[in-house]
Design a protein around this ligand. Structure first.
Ligand code: ZN
Length: 491
């Protein structure tokens, strides 16, 4: 740890007069915060300037930087290291490699869907997690990242036919890849059992891999086999995996999708309560009634509105609704979906009551699930965190600001085991956001999704001022790869 007394060599910053919301859920209080080097040195009233650069935060909230619990930013960290969609929301750490989809470890010239969500079919060039971590260090992103290892990535890497059953030799190869990744500092293992590259995996295969992550001290996050009719059975599988592998389970982007399942979050949240008596379970969610993923005709039911977010075959249809495209082409929506391949879409598949019920649940972390490479992305990419703080906390009163901040900071830091992150206290890493509680608001919409939020004043990453709303991203990028071992890799 850095010395807590400023020296001439140390960067030294004083945030003056803000309301501290510390990430634990406790009520806010007035104080100054002194940052020395990459850590918080001191929190208290009327701290002396002592040569520090001073930032006035009167009337503002000062909180830990937000941790985006669910992202697909693996490639974005390398190709757009300024990470504007995230840092402009106050996000200082992203969890990558969700839904069974990670960039490493895989070398593939033409990666299949859904791996192609990570910016194209030719981006998988990292044979090991260590080689990917080195690429992140070289790119020097503006925010921190912790990595999950994706099951689809392992299957495509190790199997002759990732759509089929695993041989003993293929499972052994996957285990070896995962062991290397965990040794390189990965935070855990993720599955996306819904997806074709993952769905042939049995629970025994998932348990074998999750056990390796568990032994290395990691967690298991899952995009379950079903979020529709069979969601309770899918939850049984996730919880059984957690118990058999002795590993904490995180249910990804929790929802009950499809009109027939609206209202069933009453059942799913009760089921999570039951499971939590036996084992460690958490979940993440984003604050919208639409999901987003690849275009898939299995999701086309002529009831759910679907907006095209990208299409390689018909880029001119981006931003339009599938129903209107089908009418124009004089075909069914399923046929239109097939003609738009490969592509992505927003699926308006949830009801507002379910979204609010899941967001209100005390063990729900906030995760954007944003898709940074989509031409016309779901607005969650740019708006998730300000939308929870502005729309759901302040405007609808769903929960207090302190509780909203806890679900974005202290809770995910604990669930993903990010040491010395997610809380404001002396000795913790200085990842902070300063925002205006009256003004904070998402501006990104489904029609115009590429918009920064209002009300985020200042973002500090590892003690460095990294984003100011007045000027946009600063030249300084001080993010780190957060190794599970706690020995954060410095640039
Ligand atoms: Zn997913």
């Amino acid at each position: 740890m850095n010395t807590l007394t400023p020296s001439h060599a140390d960067h030294h910053l004083l945030i003056r007069g803000g309301s501290i919301v510390d990430g634990t859920g406790k009520p806010r209080y007035q104080a100054d915060i002194r940052i020395v080097g990459d850590r918080i040195a001191e929190i208290g009233m009327d701290l002396p300037v002592s040569g520090a650069a001073v930032h006035q935060a009167h009337g503002q909230i000062v909180s830990p930087g937000f941790i985006d619990a669910h992202t697909h930013d693996d490639q974005a960290l390398l190709s757009t290291p300024e990470m504007l969609p995230k840092i402009s929301q106050g996000v200082t750490t992203v969890i990558i490699g969700n839904c069974g989809i990670s960039l490493a470890p895989l070398v593939h010239a033409n990666a299949p869907s859904p791996l192609s969500l990570l910016g194209g079919t030719d981006k998988h060039i990292y044979p090991t997690m260590r080689s990917y971590v080195e690429a992140v260090r070289a790119a020097g992103p503006a925010i921190n990242a912790a990595a999950l290892v994706g099951h689809s990535t392992l299957r495509v890497s190790a199997m002759a036919d990732p759509y089929g059953a695993t041989s003993d030799a293929e499972l052994a190869a996957m285990c070896a890849l995962l062991e290397e990744a965990m040794a390189a500092g990965a935070a855990g293992f993720s599955s996306g059992l819904y997806y074709p590259t993952n769905s042939a995996a049995t629970i025994d295969e998932v348990v074998a891999l999750a056990t390796i992550a568990s032994k290395a001290g990691g967690i298991y996050a899952t995009h379950m086999r079903s979020e529709f009719e069979d969601i309770l059975e899918a939850m049984d599988e996730a919880f059984a995996t957690g118990r058999r592998a002795d590993i904490p389970v995180i249910l990804s982007h929790h929802k009950c999708a499809g009109h027939a399942n609206w209202g069933r979050t009453v059942q799913t949240l009760a089921k999570i309560d039951d499971a939590r008596r036996e084992q460690r379970v958490a979940l993440d969610a984003y604050p919208y009634i639409a999901g987003s993923t690849v275009l898939d005709s299995n999701y086309v039911d002529d009831i759910t509105d679907i907006m095209v977010t990208w299409s390689s075959s018909h880029p001119e249809m981006t931003g339009r609704y599938l129903g209107a495209i089908a009418a124009e082409w004089r075909c069914t929506q399923k046929e239109a979906c097939d003609q738009l391949q490969p592509g992505g879409g927003c699926y308006f598949q949830m009801c507002e009551e379910d979204v609010q019920r899941v967001l209100s649940y005390p063990h729900t972390m906030i995760g954007s699930d944003g898709l940074p490479h989509d031409q016309h992305p779901h607005p969650r990419l740019w708006g998730t965190f300000p939308r929870v703080l502005g729309h759901y906390s302040r405007d609808l009163g769903l929960f207090s600001l302190e509780e909203a901040v806890r679900r974005m900071t202290g809770l995910p830091a604990a669930e993903f085991r990010l040491r010395d992150r997610g809380l404001l206290a002396p000795g913790k890493f200085a990842d902070l956001v300063v925002f205006d509680p009256a003004r904070i608001k998402d501006r990104a919409t489904f029609e115009a999704p590429l918009q920064t939020a209002d009300g985020i004043d200042l973002v500090i990453v590892n003690g460095q001022v990294s984003y100011e709303s007045k000027t946009g991203v600063t030249a300084r990028r001080s993010g780190r790869f957060l190794s599970r071992h706690g020995a954060d890799v410095h640039k």
